[in-house]
Design a protein around this ligand. Structure first.
Ligand code: ADP
Ligand code: MG
Length: 712
């Protein structure tokens, strides 16, 4: 395309920008830019943000100027920069004699345009010409170190200090003068006298929710200059206005640069809107429909059935996912500490029970949802990482899945396969909802206010009922205990259920299953969730609080094991901990929010209790005794097991002391212990304990059917 001659000379254009800043009035007759300029000077900032539409509508003459900005942004930005500098100097007047104002007025100023008409998706950047001004939206995944970019190089003659040569290096090519023209001496580069500008690269990636299904996210690099280098951090969702530039894709060793170039954006304006929930637009008609839906008696049923309808059963897991999508209320306590409102759910189960299917569906339904695996799709994995940037060779901070899903939902498959680094940082992410990183000189704290819905497979392939959950999966109790709900999903043959699942899968695949169609359209449900999260912040009523408390106290009592006659207390375990209490509150709040209610009712609490009960049944239930014991989940060592061991050991000790030869019959021990522990018919548990005691060097088997103590 042939370059058009500029409309105006740079000086004329600068005058126009001055006119606009001075005289633009908004609908209320306020001179907003003139006011903003005064404020800018007061704060000693150097950028003035200008809404492109204001410029366009200022007067008919400005229409053409505004349109020309899109085509010749560099030309306009330079003129606008001069205009701004002149205005600053005029306004400062006599103040300029003060040192700090003098230094300030000599710096560079920037008019930063935003809200331009050329809005593009990240995928469309290549459709625009180089040099154009465009606006894109995306999520920041990488932020490099800050560098200094050379704008003007100054060379000094070592003989005659005053002989200074300034080269304009805006072109990017610096050719140092070889010799001083007067003296026959080589010139020396002077960093002190040269002019630099702060420079940083960032990577802007497509937001997970914009991603067409099954596609890899695209990205474009951006360059931030001068006073805006600190505007963004990884995980920020941004709206960026920038000029399309190109740079050589890579340098061929020794052969200079090749013919391949890559596009990047020189960023003019960056906006980090903190409350753009989604590009989801909720119209007044949508709102009406949402409220109509909320009033339905069967709302909860409809929502639960709308989650992965092609998956048969697992109703309570789906209910939990539904609650997690809505989430509880985040609270700031009087002492300033924060209690998360986000609900974390883990599904542990046999392969092929539709865990992945549920996760993928949940990710699609959640506003700002993201599906990934424990390994993560980038070097940053689930949390964050400091990686080498191939372009600059320096270190860059890269955001992982939990940061990218900040304020959203991360659905993480194969959660147990996460890296060692992630294992370390995920504790903080799951409770404090931040991720701190300090590596290679980069120190940062990123937000990860993320709901986690995760799935893990048992390490032995199948879930083993007779060992605790922590022994079943490859996750430490410190991570496990940070889940509000843990579901154990077992695939056990049952003719009745099997035939129903088979029927469901078969007729779904044949396209004849009416239940495979969600009762609520997914787009509407997504809007419903976003609307509820934005507008409803439920609080507990006394009634609900009482219900939760009653349950808590009752459950603490249930951890008591009694002997066979049901009389004496054998030992106590912990059935439930304060962590579950918080989970109960969050789940009740989430249910209230689902119903668009501002108050958490007793019924909400009851439903939350029901879910926690199901989890306790599965995850914290000692299958052998039927005792509720959450210690296995919390600490990795089940209190029940520890107590049983103690009882068996003291029984052996007592029998050995009573014996003549220091040895007792193995089957006598097994029989008596089983009686004492109320485990008749489950003698293998006692055998397991004996094996353990032997391994730990407390007892020996002098003969196969005899037991003795090791004297310590
Ligand atoms: P997992 O992640 O638990 O190993 P998947 O989600 O990959 O299991 O499921 C394996 C396959 O079996 C999927 O095609 C899934 O649709 C099907 N499947 C398993 N359980 C069910 C179920 N209850 N209803 C419908 N389909 C099921
Ligand atoms: Mg799977």
């Amino acid at each position: 395309m042939a370059e058009r001659a500029p409309l105006l000379s740079p000086d004329e254009l600068a005058e126009k920008y001055k006119e606009f800043i001075r005289f633009y009035l908004d609908e209320d007759g306020e001179p907003i830019y003139s006011n903003a300029l005064a404020q800018m000077i007061e704060d000693q900032r150097r950028s003035l943000e200008v809404n492109w539409v204001h410029l366009y509508n200022f007067n008919p003459e400005f229409r053409e100027i505004a349109e020309d900005i899109i085509v010749h942004p560099t030309f306009h930005l330079e003129a606008a920069s001069i205009a701004l500098k002149e205005l600053v100097n005029e306004l400062l007047g006599d103040l300029i004699r003060e040192e700090r104002y003098r230094i300030y007025s000599e710096e560079d100023f920037h008019l930063r345009f935003y809200n331009i008409p050329t809005k593009a998706s990240l995928r469309e950047v290549t459709k625009f010409s180089i040099g154009r001004l465009i606006e894109i939206e995306g999520i920041i995944t990488r932020v490099s170190d800050i560098y200094d970019k050379l704008l003007q190089a100054v060379y000094v003659c070592p003989e005659d200090k005053h002989d200074v040569i300034v080269l304009d290096v805006a072109s990017g090519k610096v050719k140092p003068p070889e010799k001083c023209s007067k003296h026959d001496a080589p010139m020396k580069f002077s960093p002190e006298l040269s002019k630099f500008v702060r420079w940083r690269t960032i990577r802007i990636q497509e937001r997970p929710e914009d991603l067409p299904p099954g596609m890899m996210p695209e990205h474009i690099d951006g360059v931030l200059l001068d006073d805006i280098v600190d505007e963004v951090k990884p995980g920020d969702r941004v709206k960026v206005t920038g000029i399309i530039r190109i740079k050589p894709a890579r340098r061929d060793e020794g052969r200079g640069q090749g013919p391949i170039y890559k596009r990047y954006l020189e960023i003019v304006h960056v906006e980090v809107p903190n409350r753009i929930y989604e590009k989801l637009e909720i119209t007044p008609e949508d709102e009406e429909e949402i409220w109509r839906l909320a009033e339905r008696e069967d709302l909860e049923d409809l929502i639960v059935k709308s989650i992965a309808p092609s998956v048969f059963g697992w109703i309570e897991v789906k209910r939990a996912i539904a609650y997690a999508l809505f989430g509880g209320s985040t609270k700031i306590l009087a002492d300033g500490s924060k209690v998360r409102g986000e609900i974390n759910i883990l599904m542990v189960g046999d392969p092929g029970v539709a865990k992945s299917q549920l996760l993928k569906y949940a990710a699609q339904l959640a506003p700002r949802g993201l599906y990934t695996t424990g390994k993560g799709s980038t070097a940053a994995g689930l949390t964050a990482a400091v990686v080498r940037d191939s372009a600059t060779g320096g270190w860059t901070l890269e955001a992982g899945a939990l940061v990218l899903a900040d304020r959203g939902v991360a659905c993480i498959d194969e959660f147990d396969k996460m890296s060692e680094d992630d294992r370390r940082s995920i504790h903080e992410a799951m409770e404090q909802q931040t991720i701190s990183i300090a590596k290679a000189g980069i120190v940062a704290t990123l937000n990860a206010r993320t709901t986690i819905i995760a799935a893990a497979n048992p390490k032995k392939g199948r879930y083993d009922d007779y060992v605790s959950i922590t022994e079943n999966i490859n996750l430490p109790p410190t991570i496990l205990s940070r889940f509000d709900l843990v579901f154990i999903m077992k695939d056990r043959p049952s003719p009745e259920a099997d035939s129903m699942v088979a029927e469901h899968i078969l007729i779904t695949r044949m396209g004849r299953n009416p239940e495979a169609k969600p009762p609520i359209d997914p787009t509407l449900l997504k809007k419903y969730i976003a609307y509820a999260k934005q507008n409803i912040d439920p609080t507990l009523t006394d009634e609900a609080a009482r219900k939760i408390k009653e349950f808590y106290v009752e459950m603490r009592k249930k951890g008591i094991a009694r002997d066979e006659e049901g009389g004496d207390i054998l030992f106590e375990t912990i059935a439930i901990t304060p962590r579950q209490l918080e989970a109960l509150i969050r789940l009740s709040e989430a249910r209230a929010r689902m119903h668009l209610r501002k108050e958490v009712t007793a019924e909400d609490a009851e439903m939350a209790i029901k879910l926690v009960n199901i989890m306790l049944e599965g995850a914290a239930h000692d299958v052998v005794s039927g005792i509720r014991d959450i210690t296995g989940l919390m600490t990795g060592v089940s209190y029940t097991m520890v107590k049983r061991r103690e009882i068996v050991y003291s029984l052996i000790k007592q029998l050995v002391e009573e014996s003549e030869d220091g040895a007792v019959d193995r089957d006598v021990v097994v029989r008596l212990a089983a009686e004492k522990l109320n485990l008749r018919g489950k003698e293998y548990v006692i055998e397991d304990i004996l094996k353990k005691l032997n391994e730990d060097g407390l007892i020996i088997f002098p003969k196969l059917d005899k037991i003795s103590l090791i004297e310590g």
